[in-house]
Design a binder for this molecule. Structure first.
Ligand code: OVM
Length: 403
């Protein structure tokens, strides 16, 4: 790529801005340039290292000893800069402090524990799809990708009905805050005190229903698995990480099918492929595009020494389309095995809510596949720019129903 220049120490570098609007709109060319520039690239604009190839991204994700999270998984280095909120006990922690909260959430969100949610999710999906399909044309982002998780997930956590409109803006800010302090962060900064106050209030024991994920987190504190001080911060993780991610994961799979009619036909013939389809969409779009790590000591990456304390940016979305790892990586293809993608991360921090996300996707896409013969775009999909998320604002579609 044109921005790439060789430094005297031979590390390729670029002054491109991964968080600028041009690249957020369509990162493909930038990602290809980064991957081709080398296994490790220096980003002059932010004075950080970056990896865009699958091999190095995967290796860093599974090496929490050398690549720590406790200094923050955004650009901001918690060793020097005060975080915008108290750090997450999961995402922004390393072993051993990370392990008890992780263990608690893993048990609450594991596939076995989610079985009792399955029927509710499928019923809710069918009811929503029935309502939406009353019209042949609609915007699939608000009507499905946002509406479905915004109904079922807060119910599953056990928060009240009031104020749920705060969830998406709060998560959107949290994901923006992993990037630089650019216009995306500044524009929403004035709202954050109010949004944070509301989210924090929902994490209190009294605010939660008796049987949801939230109550189960508090019950774990009663058992001594985590402390009562930790419980609300773990609930906060669910409310931060569980909404925007699934909205844009669902938007990704709907976008994939609206633009690949052959793959929709294939799913209709093989509805048991719905889970593979969702993971393939997560690989193909990578709703979470990037996370940082911090070097705990001088670490060697593909022969280059990265000094202790330096930030390293991992391009999950670029790794998920690395031709060194994937055949025909830019194709959304139900015939491939997408397992091993890093869209949910990898290693000890791998998305603890991924089974909830998969369940939501399975319920929604299955309900659609029962009734929708074809789905096509009636206008351009519109991107929503976020420093971390690959997101959609709008997906105008027309559907033809079967029979
Ligand atoms: C958290 C969390 C976890 C994953 C992603 C995320 C804002 C937050 O534990 O709060 O993004």
């Amino acid at each position: 790529m044109t921005e790439t220049t060789e430094r005297i120490d031979t590390l390729p570098s670029t002054d491109a801005d991964p968080f600028g609007h041009d690249i957020l709109e369509d990162p493909a060319e930038f990602h290809a340039g980064l991957r081709d520039a080398g296994p490790l690239v220096y980003l002059t604009r932010y004075d950080v290292y970056a990896m865009a190839r699958y091999e190095q991204v995967h290796a860093a994700l599974v090496n929490w000893q050398d690549f720590q999270s406790a200094a923050g998984v955004g650009l901001s280095n918690f060793r020097h800069d005060k975080p915008w909120r108290p750090p997450s006990l999961l995402l922004e922690a390393d072993p051993p402090r990370h392990d008890a909260p992780r263990h608690v959430l893993r048990r609450i969100l594991d596939p076995r524990a989610l079985r009792r949610l399955r029927e509710q999710m499928f019923t809710a999906a069918e009811q929503l799809v029935d309502r939406v399909l009353a019209e042949p044309e609609f915007d699939a982002v608000p009507a499905l990708a946002k509406a479905f998780p915004l109904q079922v997930f807060p119910d599953a956590v056990g928060i009240g009905q009031e104020g749920r409109e705060n969830l998406l803006p709060y998560g959107n800010f949290a994901f923006n805050a992993f990037g630089p302090y650019n216009d995306l962060v500044a524009d929403d900064a004035p709202r954050m005190a109010g949004l944070s106050q509301w989210v924090n209030a929902q994490c209190a024991r009294e605010a939660l229903t008796a049987d949801g994920f939230g109550a189960q987190i508090w019950a774990a504190a009663d058992r001594g698995d985590i402390t009562h001080e930790q419980a609300p911060v773990v609930v906060r993780s669910l409310l931060t990480a569980g909404v925007d991610t699934t909205v844009h994961g669902l938007a990704a799979v709907l976008y994939a099918f609206a633009t690949h009619p052959d793959q929709w036909r294939r799913l209709r013939e093989q509805p048991q492929q719905v889970r593979v389809a969702f993971d393939e969409a997560v690989r193909w779009q990578s709703p979470v595009q990037t996370f940082f790590r911090t070097a705990t000591s001088e670490v060697r990456i593909a022969g280059t020494a990265v000094p202790e304390g330096r930030k390293i940016l991992m391009f999950l979305g670029a790794a998920n389309r690395d031709p060194r790892r994937w055949d025909n990586p830019d194709a959304f293809d139900l015939g491939r095995d997408p397992s091993g993608h890093v869209g949910f991360g990898m290693g000890i921090h791998q998305c603890v809510g991924q089974h909830v996300a998969r369940l939501e996707a399975e319920a929604l896409v299955t309900a659609l596949a029962r009734r929708v013969d074809s789905i096509e775009l009636t206008g351009p999909a519109r991107r929503h720019h976020n420093n971390t998320l690959r997101a959609l604002d709008s997906l105008p579609v027309r559907v033809r129903l079967s029979r």
